[in-house]
Write a protein that binds this ligand. Structure first.
Ligand SMILES: Nc1nc2c(ncn2[C@@H]2O[C@H](COP(=O)(O)OP(=O)(O)OP(=O)(O)O)[C@@H](O)[C@H]2O)c(=O)[nH]1
Length: 877
């Protein structure tokens, strides 16, 4: 069964749209989670894409009538009475299925029988009950494991007599089944596997008659015969689901689809489907013992690297992929689906390794830890709040009061986190106020904060960012303490703050809620001690524990490159103790902890869980949010860091092989590209054809659009894979929208999707994109004209034309044409432009001026000087 939502997802339509279409087809589906049979799903798919109501639905109402009307022997549904009666009875017995359904099943039984006979035009009388019985069981056996039949267009139509012969021949079960079987076994490279599967299937069949009927019903070969007489139906040896083959789709298209790994498509699409790795292994072991190869392949692998692993030529891989409709170069990355398909093709067991695991030192660290030696740790606090409500002031006050208390006199610098001591207990504050930083850290998986203090100005109340802060803290599941700040102000109204927050479900304890509200003043310091005490109390309640006796795991909260020190990072220890001399790794950075400092630059020997410090000694600047661990050896640290760096490099490379539309335009403009590969997807055939022909027309001698793939329906994973594999391509969608998942995938693979709902706009966009392919057009803009009234010959300078500007302006340095009696006698530039004795840049209409022309002296009275400028423009089609 297939859910409406799955169909929607698959074809890129909304659930609602598909639901409506399904209802239009008479299906009793109510919500997007309602299910339909695979056959019905196929029908819905066809209906949405082409507007054609498939026979599945037609049958429901008019099947009987139609078949009776048909005088010709074409596509007769042979309905062996006994069999259908049997089915009817079984269905009636088992449940109260609606009449239409029963009818459908009857038909299916009939159809199936026909199918077994190579689904050709079989006169009704040729089928007898005796023939049906053995066929039914044997055919099940062979057809269930395979999709059944595919349609191949024939050049010459099969004449009816030969067809009849064929059908008669096939109608004899003794001959028919073995021949089909032998066809399968001859053509199927994985016979062993298939046969094994067959056995299973036949076994289940024997168990339940009802099930048998159902499965048979899935083959509706009547449709096939009605479609086109020029079609031959052949067994499709590759498809596993009992789905009727879509007659419209060429086989190649299916190959393409198959690379997508879009399993949701399996009920719609025919063609090759990748076999699971499990099954594959079986085949290998059984059949190809000598050639059994097993390779470990990283997720990110290029065609040539893959070829190397398989001990094959890259061209062989490219060729195979080409056969599957995927264009690649040897430097392109293979996606997982392609790898699996290739593995199948070459009969090689491939284990795709997640290389990320290799450098997942955090996981390795976690695996080593146990619950022993857990002791209380220092709480880590983040301060959030609306702008200007006093976050920085509060942090400053806490910090300066500590400095003032005489702890140390060093220069306090911003390092991203610091510790204060209250009642002999330490508290770590993350010194990057604001929820953006908090959430950004969280997004990187760094949930270092234990408690959030939300500062609300008593004179301002709850503001948008207060609400955001509450939402972020709640989303992180972190306890919140409210600091009502600016209590020293006259306008302070703490009750107003409480009301505002109560509306956000942050109810103060005094009102029976569970949130501590502490009135403070970051200016005078009022209430800040209370606030810190409440923080410690809250921390106690939280029972923050860690094992200080193990190697350290910490989070980088800030990092930079400092002169004389190299990469430095502020870290907060989560577990273990970080000591000077430790070997550490943080992402791509690694090294030995040379020195550990506090925020005042004072040296520390070690920092314990919850505490923070500035570390020096890393090879590179780690990213904020990165997890740091101390490891046993330099080698281990280096290996982790190098593997991660390599992984990131590969990722980067993989991305850099793809281009965004902007880069594409740039490349086009630079003349790197002379064709634009596009994938076109449209809602209906008509639009698709119109777009395709318009795009084809855009081509000229210089440039062309290369439609590498086109189809009806939403953008699928396979389209993305294809676009990703085809350098510099773009996916054009008409009246379709990519789903979130597809968008995500496109983003990941660096593919550009452009969708339109006006064909003209689509064509226009492509036109402008292609415009860059052509040489730029130089346009001329007239600036002005002047009439030569007098020519003065200045020694050493040459002829100067005394002119009257008659139109526009004459500009120094601008291009000019000298026109005499309507004929251009010279083209050059204005070398000098004067009004009286002054050099000027521009002379406007109605004024007199002296014009010198660069390198030209033969100026005569009554000549005209026309000044113009040239503008280079991108050519458009
Ligand atoms: N009277 C009074 N003014 C305060 C108090 N706390 C902060 N201010 C003032 O309020 C203004 C904003 O304070 P900040 O600490 O910069 O506020 P913030 O929330 O950090 O602001 P952003 O960093 O811009 O988000 C400053 O002019 C402070 O002097 C307080 O308790 N009383």
């Amino acid at each position: 069964m297939v859910k409406i939502s799955e169909i929607a997802n698959d074809i890129g339509f909304s659930n609602k749209e598909v639901l409506e279409k399904a209802q239009e087809l008479g299906l009793k589906v109510k919500t997007h989670s309602s299910s339909v049979s695979e056959e019905e799903a196929e029908g819905i798919y066809t209906y949405i894409q082409t507007g054609e109501i498939s026979d599945v639905f037609k049958k429901k109402t008019s099947n009987k009538k139609e078949t009776k009307k048909q005088d010709e022997p074409v596509a007769k549904q042979v309905k062996p009475k006994k069999a259908s009666e049997k089915v009817e009875k079984s269905i009636e017995k088992s449940n109260k299925t609606q009449e239409t359904k029963t009818e459908e099943k009857k038909i299916k039984v009939g159809d199936k029988k026909n199918d077994v006979k190579v689904s050709d035009k079989v006169p009704e009388k040729t089928t007898s009950d005796e023939e049906i019985k053995p066929k039914e069981s044997l055919a099940d056996v062979s057809l269930q494991k395979r999709r059944g039949l595919v349609i191949v267009k024939k050049k010459n139509s099969v004449d009816s007599s030969s067809r009849q012969k064929l059908s008669q021949k096939q109608s004899t079960p003794a001959i028919n089944i073995p021949s089909l079987e032998s066809m399968f076994s001859n053509l199927d490279e994985n016979t062993g596997k298939k046969k094994k599967k067959e056995k299973k299937v036949s076994h289940t069949h024997k168990k339940s008659n009802a099930q048998k009927v159902d499965l048979l019903g899935a083959y509706d070969f009547k449709d096939i015969e009605l479609e086109d007489e020029n079609e031959v139906v052949l067994p499709d040896l590759t498809f596993k689901a009992p789905t009727p083959p879509p007659a419209q789709k060429p086989r190649e298209h299916n190959f393409l689809r198959s690379t997508s790994g879009n399993s949701a498509n399996s009920f719609i699409e025919g063609g090759i489907h990748r076999r699971s790795r499990k099954k594959h292994k079986k085949t290998e072991n059984k059949q190809n013992n000598e050639n059994v190869t097993s390779v470990n392949i990283p997720k990110e692998i290029r065609v040539y690297e893959f070829a190397e692993k398989l001990n094959k030529q890259a061209s062989e891989i490219i060729g195979k992929l080409f056969m599957l409709g995927v264009m690649t170069t040897k430097n392109d990355f293979l996606d997982e689906d392609a790898i699996e398909i290739l593995a199948d093709e070459f009969n090689i067991e491939v284990n795709i390794i997640d290389t990320q695991e290799e450098f997942d030192y955090v996981k390795a660290y976690e695996d080593e830890q146990d619950d022993k030696n857990l002791t209380q740790r220092v709480p880590v606090i983040t301060i959030m709040g609306h702008v200007d409500h006093g976050k920085t002031s509060l942090l400053d006050y806490i910090r300066s009061s500590r400095v003032a208390s005489g702890e140390a006199g060093g220069i306090t610098q911003h390092v991203g986190a610091y510790m204060v001591t209250k009642n002999d207990k330490k508290i770590t504050f993350i010194d990057t106020p604001g929820h953006e930083a908090f959430t950004a850290m969280r997004a990187r998986g760094a949930g270092v904060t234990d408690i959030v203090i939300i500062v609300v100005a008593a004179d301002d109340g709850v503001k948008p960012q207060t609400k955001e802060a509450v939402a972020h803290a709640k989303a992180a599941g972190v306890p919140i303490i409210i600091a009502i700040n600016k209590m020293d102000k006259e306008a302070a109204n703490p009750e107003f703050v409480k009301t505002g927050l109560a509306e956000l479900d942050i109810v103060p304890t005094e009102w029976g809620g569970s949130y501590e509200f502490v009135p403070i003043s970051a200016k005078t310091g009022m209430g800040i001690d209370d606030l810190l005490e409440i923080v410690l109390l809250q921390a106690e309640i939280l029972e923050l524990k860690a094992n200080a006796k193990t190697n350290a795991k910490a989070t980088v909260v800030e990092s930079s490159l400092q002169k004389g020190r190299g990469p430095v990072a502020t870290v907060i220890v989560e577990n273990g103790t970080l000591k000077v001399g430790d070997t550490i790794v943080a992402g791509v950075a690694y090294g030995r902890l040379r020195s550990l400092l506090d925020d005042q630059g004072k040296s520390l020997k070690e920092i314990k869980p919850g505490e923070c410090g500035v570390i020096v000694g890393l090879s590179e600047v780690p990213e904020a949010g990165e997890t740091l661990i101390s490891v046993k050896s330099d080698k281990e640290a280096r290996e982790y860091a190098h593997k991660k760096a390599e992984y990131l490099r590969q990722k980067e490379l993989s991305r850099s092989t793809k281009v965004s539309i902007d880069e594409l335009s740039a490349k086009i403009a630079e003349g790197e590209l002379k064709t634009l590969p596009v994938i076109v997807k449209a809602d209906v055939q008509g639009s698709l054809e119109a777009i395709k022909s318009s795009l084809e027309k855009l081509a000229n001698d210089e440039i062309k659009v290369n439609i590498i793939h086109s189809g009806i329906g939403g953008i699928t994973q396979s389209d993305i894979a294809l676009a990703a594999a085809s350098k510099n391509s773009v996916i054009l969608g008409f009246n379709i929208r990519p789903t979130g998942e597809i968008k995500e995938k496109a983003k990941d693979s660096g593919c550009e999707i452009k969708t339109y709902n006006v064909i003209y706009n689509l064509i226009d966009d492509v036109k402008s994109l292609l415009g860059g392919l052509m040489s730029p057009v130089i346009r001329e803009e007239q600036l002005g004209q002047a009439q030569v009234r007098q020519v003065i010959n200045v020694p050493k300078i040459g002829a100067i034309a005394g002119c009257m500007v008659t139109d526009g302006t004459i500009n120094r340095g601008a291009k000019i044409r000298l026109i005499r009696d309507g004929v251009v006698v010279y083209e050059g530039t204005v070398s000098s432009l004067k009004r009286f004795k002054d050099d000027v840049k521009e002379v406007a209409k109605g004024y007199e001026c002296g014009v010198g022309i660069d390198g030209y002296n033969d100026i005569r009275e009554n000549d005209y000087i026309e000044s113009f400028k040239q503008i280079e423009e991108q050519a458009s089609l």
